[in-house]
Write a protein that binds this ligand. Structure first.
Ligand code: UFG
Length: 400
């Protein structure tokens, strides 16, 4: 996000519903990667949506894509979430029933170079939104947090009770906002907050019209694989194959962005009905290595993607994945889409006309899918590992 202090409300949609309790759901960062998919799911679930975004890392075309998929153009206000005057005015005008707060910056590496900017945008922006919401009514907020708040795992799978020791300014900014929101819920018994700790969001809407479009060269694994698959890069650099994991590469818990979007709809239902501070991991509970993801993507795109092993990336943790039990009990949510669907949908978007429009200047191997699930017990990286018991229980909005 850029453009601090910009106060440029540029509304581009129909009037909001009237009545103090009938307002839309305010979605900050609603044209971003996770925000846009969530808008589709919210509208499919019958919610009116008000997107507040400064378009610093996206474009208006995303609103058209949301409308094309869901049949409804969301309300839109162009504003920087740190612009207190603009956010106050927007909240007073539309009287949203709740907010889902995505707007922020999310690069661990960039946060190490520019920590003040990360605290300004992520913490300052959250405070602006919180104060504006609290002026109208006890705030109801679904907050985009991150598994990075846990830092180096002391045990696996990661549960919400795991100590928080984030190792980057980005992670600390997420933890700080969680603490603020928890204090607010303690002080105001009418307030309700769900902080969702995302693991690794990947994939795209099945239409190929929405997906992840990082500016410049992507830092993250899945969008980089998309570049290799679509010929924009010759090969992937695998950052280290000497980690204490079964194939030596890092293990992560990838979650399909549409499953993640469904988790926000479930969290919204909770904040509308249950005051208090809640926190839930949003992951599949399944760990997948870098090489396994390359294999799955290669299968999805129909050719073996080339890679070379290079040195470790500073700050990478060998292995982490979620215990998603709380999300199942609290939200009735479990991840529905597997790694093959994540890759198929990511590839469809990476090679789509929509991705070409959104992008701006700025020899593999095969592992059986069963291998992905084969390491659920034992020790990885010297960390105690338990069976997560994931993947059971009712799902949410899987058809979206
Ligand atoms: N990787 C490569 N080559 C690449 C990119 C990544 O080998 O070109 C590896 C990384 O070393 C890591 C794995 O792929 O082992 C996943 O890396 P990502 O950058 O895709 O994701 P991270 O797990 O590092 O970070 C993500 C988000 C963060 C968030 C974190 C915690 O990018 O914002 O998950 O959930 F904080």
């Amino acid at each position: 996000m850029t453009g601090a202090g910009a106060s440029r409300a540029c509304r581009a949609a129909a009037d909001p519903p009237s009545g103090p309790c009938q307002g839309p759901v305010l979605v900050t960062g609603g044209t971003g990667y996770i925000g846009s998919h969530t808008c589709v799911c919210l509208q499919a679930a019958g919610y009116a949506v008000l997107v507040v975004d400064d378009l610093s890392n996206s474009g208006r075309g995303v609103l058209d894509a949301i409308a094309g998929i869901s049949g409804t153009m969301p309300l839109f206000e162009c504003a920087d979430v740190r612009d207190a005057e603009a956010i106050d005015r927007i909240v007073a005008r539309h009287r949203p029933v709740a907010a889902i707060h995505f707007a922020g910056v999310k690069s661990v590496a960039e946060s190490s170079r520019s920590p003040a900017m990360y605290y300004d945008i992520n913490v300052g922006g959250s405070l602006c939104l919180l104060k504006a919401m609290a002026r109208q009514a006890p705030p109801r907020i679904v907050f985009s947090s991150s598994a990075t708040v846990y830092g180096e795992p002391e045990h696996l799978p990661l549960r919400e009770s795991h100590p928080l020791h984030p190792e980057s300014a980005y992670g600390r900014s997420k933890m700080m906002v969680e603490l603020v929101l928890e204090d607010v819920c303690t002080a105001d018994t009418g307030a309700s907050v769900v902080a969702l700790r995302y693991f690794n969001p990947v994939g795209a809407h099945a239409s190929g019209e929405l997906g992840e479009s990082p500016r410049g060269i992507p830092e993250n694994l899945m969008p980089y694989l998309g570049r290799v698959a679509s010929g924009l890069a010759s090969r992937l650099s695998v950052f280290g194959d000497n980690y204490p994991t079964p194939d030596g590469t890092c293990i992560r818990d990838y979650v399909h962005v549409m499953d993640l979007a469904a988790a926000h709809v479930a969290a919204l239902r909770l904040v509308l009905h249950a005051p208090g501070f809640h926190v839930a991991n949003i992951g599949s509970g399944t760990g997948i290595s870098v090489l396994e993801l390359i294999d799955a993507y290669s299968a999805a795109c129909g050719r073996a993607l080339d890679y070379e092993v290079v040195g470790r990336r500073p700050g990478d943790v060998a292995c982490y994945y979620a215990d998603p039990t709380v999300a199942r009990h609290l939200l009735g949510w479990t991840a529905q889409r597997d790694v093959h669907q994540m890759c198929a949908d990511a590839h469809r978007y990476a090679t789509s006309a929509a991705a070409s429009r959104a992008s701006r200047p700025a020899a593999g191997r095969t592992t059986p899918a069963a291998g992905i699930h084969a390491r659920r017990a034992g020790r990885i990286s010297g960390i105690p590992v338990e069976r997560a018991g994931a993947g059971t229980g009712p799902g949410m909005d899987a058809s979206l």
